[in-house]
Design a protein around this ligand. Structure first.
Ligand code: GAL
Length: 820
């Protein structure tokens, strides 16, 4: 290990080059070679401990029928005086899952693997009553060869015990089998799980070398003379390269044969052009074809420079990134690919080009989506393990780090979207080298590089003065959270690139406004909501505009990752339990979800969405006025009005009277003056506010905000009107209150009743109110500042679904969704 790490330290310089890679497995259509089954249905579940549940004859007839992914805690109920930092939900405890495995009678000498993408927490896997394996990190993927425990042709029982009692967390972690489980049946000579590693050691304008290393297992008693054939298909599906190798693998062992294939004029994977190649790996044992395995990958180059940020395919790309937690609001931690895809679409609409997964191994589908959608990916494995969560077995740190980093890196290293590995977030003792912290840092960085030497590695830091200890000598890129903390590290080591790995931490509640405007960004009232003028942040953090300004002033910075894209369950700063206590309130008043999101818990944009969009998408017209204009009691009071626009000036009119023209001041040292237009004292009268925006003197558009009439109608807007009958697909249906003229009402807080006809279910409801303790699984939803969300989920049945909503004194609405 020593030789290895010193080699890598020696190649760190002000400019480092990394070539592109890429990939994810797909099922082979050839069931005889490789049979992949997702174990989604047919599970039973019970909370608390049932030690006998692992045995075949245990009676689970009164257990709940569930499908996986599953989060046992998201249905609540909320524990009102519980800990808001983990959402006041009942996630602590034990749970058991049971399911039969369909094992063919003629299994012969095939091998059977079970692959789990994430079980919270400390899963123990039993097959036919025997312990087949366990794992000690709830966020990671792992797999087991369970063949020896099976009785082919007989009844086979899979039982999973999940136990969160020893897990600790700074946010809502979820509970149970919250990501997918697959069973893979393969021939005794086969490609290992995550068994291909594809790199592109040479990428030139007119050719690229694609190197495919394949881990082939020989689980027979004889040496095997095999042939591994690699066929590469272009993004359009044409064969563009082929090569093979014929090694011998000893009995009961594995080999890693490598084939390099040159592609001429390869298409580059890019955020604007996310094209993917496919490698098909065929394994022959003698003359017999025994396995077929697909990997997608991309051809691209990445490079960090110390003084000029990050380059993708030799073009500078500034990270316009967001941090995303692993949860999905009302769905909890239960991973639904469509929920993830929607998160990414909403972020892309705002101009995001990069995602940091905070702070743990993500669902594998997230990287597949980033590959396909053209998003860069910052892949983090651990959070500050010395405080909560994450690493639990510090008695044998080396082996804990090795097995977890191995799975984290080997699973993900083929994705072209992935540009950076992070070994952890804000790990205090590592930053201060307490108890040999640097040795642990070196262990984590070295294992990461051992499994993937093609990408840079970082540690995410928050301890400004800790930089003087020079932990950055162990890794490649400076990553710092908030408040220009990167400056000491950068000064001490100017030959490394800088990323603002967490920026902003601005807090706000969608739809809620308080004035006068705060003098300090840390000023919070007892309202238990945070004003949406986007001027508030906790003491360690800043507002969005500050980070924009710092990047303008220090152009070497490679970009930022905003904390956070979406609100998430838990961490309800500034209304966590200790914070409300400091304000003289009790635990019951503490909130249950964050205020950090640029969009709320159900994905509805807050005002800030338009501030980021106006800056990140300068070519697209954005004109957004805040606040709303329904201030019944405010006649003749003064109200601050802000406009977020990509224009450089705007004129504001109230009922036709000009309130003056404001222009951004790109030289101002007060960041908000560079990026927003502000009228501090508009004298309120009901009616119509209009902003007319200009760019370089030319009008680019106008926007109107009206005082609405009374809310009288409900309106449903589904994001998708056709979904798939796979028991997983989702339609997010926005519910809004409108007045008679068709204006969305900004204050309505009605309870809306929901009824369904047809083959679908309500997977969740919610509204983005961090103070709501209504259930996420219900047949009603409360509007919050005029809006709420219904998440509709398909069953395994096609048909037409009608969603009806009604509320007292309102005209209802219906939406039709086709399930195919
Ligand atoms: C950071 C931390 C995040 C989150 C954030 C809130 O220091 O890395 O996980 O807690 O603060 O501002």
């Amino acid at each position: 290990m020593k030789v290895f790490s010193s080699f890598f330290l020696s190649i760190i310089s002000s400019l480092f080059l990394f070539s592109g890679v890429m990939a994810f497995q797909q099922q082979s259509p050839d069931q005889n070679l490789r049979q992949v089954t997702t174990l989604q249905t047919g599970w039973t579940f019970a909370k608390s401990n049932h030690p006998q549940a692992k045995t075949l004859d245990f009676d689970d007839s009164d257990w709940e029928q569930v499908s996986v992914p599953h989060d046992w805690a998201i249905s609540g109920p909320f524990i009102m005086d519980g800990d808001g930092s983990t959402a006041k939900l009942p996630w602590k405890g034990q749970g058991w899952y049971r399911r039969t495995l369909d094992i063919p009678a003629d299994l012969g000498n095939k091998r059977v693997y079970l692959e789990f993408d994430g079980v919270m927490a400390f899963p123990k896997i039993y097959v036919n009553g025997e312990l087949a394996g366990k794992w000690d990190y709830g966020y990671n993927s792992f797999y087991l060869d369970v063949t020896e425990h099976l009785s082919p042709g007989g009844e086979n029982l899979l039982a999973v015990h999940a136990d969160t009692r020893q897990h600790d967390s700074r946010w809502y972690p979820g509970a149970g089998i919250y990501r997918k489980v697959q069973m893979k049946i393969v021939n005794p000579v086969h490609v290992d799980i995550w068994g291909t590693y594809i790199t592109t050691p040479i990428v030139k304008p007119n050719y690229a070398d694609v190197r495919i290393r394949t881990t082939v297992e020989n689980k027979t008693q004889n040496d095997a003379d095999i042939k591994v054939e690699q066929i590469i298909y272009s993004p359009g599906g044409n064969e563009v390269g082929r090569g093979d190798i014929t090694p011998t693998i000893k009995a009961n062992s594995e080999a890693q044969p490598e084939v390099t294939i040159t592609l001429t004029d390869p298409q580059r994977w890019d955020i604007d052009n996310p094209v993917l190649y496919t490698a098909k790996t065929l394994v022959y044992n003698g003359d017999e074809l025994v396995d077929s395995y697909k990997t997608t990958f991309g051809v691209r180059t990445i490079r960090f420079t110390a003084d000029n940020g990050f380059y993708l395919n030799d073009r500078r790309v500034q990270f316009k990134g967001v941090n995303l937690h692993h949860g999905h609001g009302p769905l909890g931690a239960a991973f639904h690919p469509r929920a993830m895809e929607r998160q990414l679409q909403i972020m892309k609409d705002m101009g995001v080009n990069a995602i940091r997964t905070s702070h743990n191994t993500a669902a594998p589908e997230l990287l597949e989506l980033c590959d396909k959608m053209g998003l860069l990916f910052f892949n983090e494995v651990f959070d500050k393990y010395d405080e909560k969560a994450g690493i639990t077995d510090t008695t044998d740190f080396d082996s804990f780090a090795r097995r977890n980093i191995r799975n984290h890196v080997v699973r993900d290293r083929n994705h072209p979207s992935l540009f950076l590995w992070s070994v952890g977030n804000e790990i205090g003792d590592v930053q201060w080298n307490v108890d040999n912290g640097f040795q642990r840092l070196n262990t984590m960085v070295s294992y990461t590089r051992m499994y993937d030497p093609t990408r840079p590695v970082t540690l995410v830091n928050d301890q400004t003065e800790g930089a003087r200890m020079r932990h950055f000598d162990y890794y490649d890129v400076h990553s710092w959270n908030y408040n220009r903390r990167y400056r000491i590290a950068r000064q001490m080591e100017p030959n490394k690139a800088v990323i603002i790995s967490e920026s902003a931490s601005t807090v706000s509640t969608r739809g809620f406004y308080e004035f006068p405007l705060p003098d300090e960004h840390t000023y919070f009232t007892k309202s238990l909501q945070v004003s949406s003028y986007d001027l508030n942040a906790p003491w360690w953090a800043e507002i969005a505009d500050d980070d924009f300004m710092w990047q303008q002033q220090e152009p070497y910075i490679a970009g930022e990752f905003v904390w956070t894209g979406f609100d998430y369950l838990g961490e309800p700063t500034p209304y966590a339990n200790n914070q409300v206590q400091d304000m003289g309130m009790t635990d019951r008043e503490a909130s249950r979800s964050s205020y950090f999101g640029i969009v709320d818990l159900v994905g509805i944009p807050k005002d800030r969405f338009y501030l980021y969009k106006s800056y990140w998408k300068p070519q697209e017209t954005t004109i957004h006025i805040l606040p709303h204009w329904n201030w019944e009691d405010a006649d003749q009071d003064t109200i601050p009005v802000f406009v977020y626009t990509n224009g450089d000036c705007a004129e504001l009119f109230l009922n036709g009277d000009s309130q003056g023209k404001q222009c951004k001041n790109p030289k101002s040292e007060t960041s908000v003056e560079r990026f927003r237009l502000m009228w501090d004292d508009v004298v309120y009268e009901p009616g119509e506010l209009k902003a007319v925006a200009y760019k370089e003197g030319v009008k680019i558009g106008e926007e109107i905000k009206k005082t609405t009439g009374e809310a009288t109608k409900l309106k449903l807007t589904p994001d998708r009107t056709a979904i798939t009958a796979d028991g997983m697909d989702l339609s997010y249906i926005l519910v809004e209150a409108f007045d008679a003229e068709g204006n969305a009402h900004p204050l309505s807080d009605e309870r809306v009743n929901i009824s369904l006809e047809g083959p679908a279910q309500i997977a969740g409801v919610g509204n983005g109110n961090p103070q709501s303790f209504e259930p996420f699984q219900a047949d009603y939803a409360d509007l919050f500042y005029g809006k709420a969300m219904i998440i509709l989920k398909s069953k395994h049945q096609a048909g037409k679904v009608t969603v009806n909503v009604s509320a007292d004194g309102f005209e209802g609405d219906a939406a039709e969704i086709v399930v195919k």
